[in-house]
Design a protein around this ligand. Structure first.
Ligand code: AMP
Length: 426
């Protein structure tokens, strides 16, 4: 069996590495991949960008790829699954119409309201109908979201009304291009964030193990928002009772609603949740793909055959499938380039990867490339070092042993990944 994984980040390295462990898989292509996927057994990089749908389709058809798994949201929102399906190729992910759940925040909010799924109160505006008086009447802080995909720059938490109005006008004025033509002004929710990821096929659903990530750059959850600085699985905040609530109040009504709207959903579905003090699982956002960095610890814990689970979903057999998980905890620490999420350098030589490879755990690559046979930095988030352990503390120790073996000029990482789970473990 030949598999194609689309994307080049840490999530895609983890997905491709997991696919390669299946005895049925001869070869996994990764487009475009990174230095980690270039060096992994059974993996091969393909020099095609993740959003070059035409070239990906031509390759998959010519190579007779049996299964394609899409990592990032951009090709899904562009309709890559529709194009592959029309060509008779099996591709795991939602169709374009269903991927709007991530591609348009205003659509997602209207969807949540229509289907009575818990979420923050909101109103949507375009330039023509923006109402500053509405913003002035809201409690602080105020959350502002650009409707479209904005590469992590589309969400602002504004401390004053003046800031919220100025930022709204900035977005509506074209600062984020088409992504900001519509905005959502949303109530701020307090609580603890949880990532809840499932594999879905119509109304059939297989929840993955629970996980939690760390969005802020600095220790103690301070500093700017990032794509994610670390994650672990399982997330002890998700008790069996909360798990049941999330399934019955969020996941099942969402899949039912999508089907009722004529957009049945196949693929990974990620609900970013804010768990209110009373336990209500409020939806902050839906993503139409796996999380990064949550996927890295999740794939280290998954013992089932990933391509077989994707095929079960594509065949509508997900209800009878089950996933086996290593009972140990997995914890991943993201190593980023200095300056990230702002301006950062690329091209720094990464030292210590060979030494790290002799240690337990696994280093997944993200923003790396090979230069003269050596791995150099090639992005903001560079690596994710994942440890396993009987406790979160043990997994954390193993992950940081990997981190300490690796170095480059101006590397940065958080030193407290897992702090919430550790507090619950104590
Ligand atoms: P999103 O892309 O919608 O998940 O937003 C990015 C981040 O902004 C989330 O992970 C939260 O940390 C924060 N955020 C988004 N919406 C809200 C909200 N309504 N209340 C509080 N924080 C939020």
């Amino acid at each position: 069996m030949k598999v194609l994984v689309v994307g080049g980040g840490g999530r895609e390295h983890a997905l491709a590495w997991k696919c390669a462990q299946s005895p049925r898989v001869e070869q996994v292509w990764v487009a475009p991949g990174n230095a980690g996927t270039a060096l992994e057994p059974k993996l091969q990089n393909l020099a095609v960008a993740a959003d070059d749908v035409g070239a990906l389709l031509a390759f998959a058809a010519a190579e007779a790829i049996d299964l394609t798994i899409i990592g990032p949201e951009a090709p899904l929102v562009m309709g890559i699954v529709d194009r592959f399906a029309a060509a008779g190729l099996r591709c795991f992910g939602p169709l374009r119409a269903a991927a709007r759940l991530e591609g348009s925040k205003a659509y997602a909010k209207d969807f949540l309201r229509r289907h009575s799924i818990p979420t923050a109160g909101y109103r949507r505006f375009s330039k023509a109908d923006f109402d500053a008086d509405y913003v002035l009447a809201q409690r602080l802080p105020i959350v502002l979201k650009a409707d479209g995909l904005a590469a992590g720059k589309g969400v602002l938490i504004c401390a004053s009304h003046a800031e919220a109005i100025a930022a709204s006008e900035h977005m509506l004025g074209g600062a984020l291009g088409a992504a900001g033509e519509t905005i959502v002004v949303e109530e701020f929710l307090a609580g603890e964030e949880v990532s809840f990821i499932v594999m879905a096929s119509g109304r059939q659903v297989l929840p993955l193990a629970t996980s939690q990530d760390h969005k802020r750059r600095d220790d103690g959850d301070a500093g700017p928002n990032t794509g994610g600085m670390g994650a672990y699985s399982p997330a002890p905040i998700v008790t069996p009772a909360l798990h049941a609530r999330i399934m019955s109040e969020v996941i099942e009504p969402a899949l039912r609603g999508l089907q009722a709207d004529g957009n049945p959903y196949t693929g990974f579905l990620y609900a970013g949740l804010m768990i209110a003090p009373d336990g209500t699982p409020n939806v902050l956002e839906f993503n139409c793909r796996c999380g990064d960095p949550e996927t890295q610890p999740l794939m280290l814990r998954l013992s089932s055959d990933l391509p077989a689970l994707c095929e079960a979903a594509l065949d509508g057999r997900l209800a009878g499938a089950s996933a086996r998980w290593d009972p140990r905890a997995a914890l991943g620490v993201v190593m980023a380039a200095g300056g990230y999420p702002g301006h950062y350098r690329s091209g720094d030589a990464i030292e210590g990867l060979d030494a790290a490879a002799t240690l337990p755990g696994k280093v997944f690559h993200a923003g790396t490339r090979l230069e003269g046979g050596r791995a150099v930095t090639n992005g903001g988030r560079v690596l994710c070092a994942v440890g396993l352990g009987d406790t979160v503390r043990d997994a954390q120790r193993q992950a940081y042993d990997l981190v300490h073996a690796i170095h480059w000029n101006r590397v940065q990482y958080r030193r407290d990944i897992g702090h919430r789970a550790l507090a619950r473990e104590r």
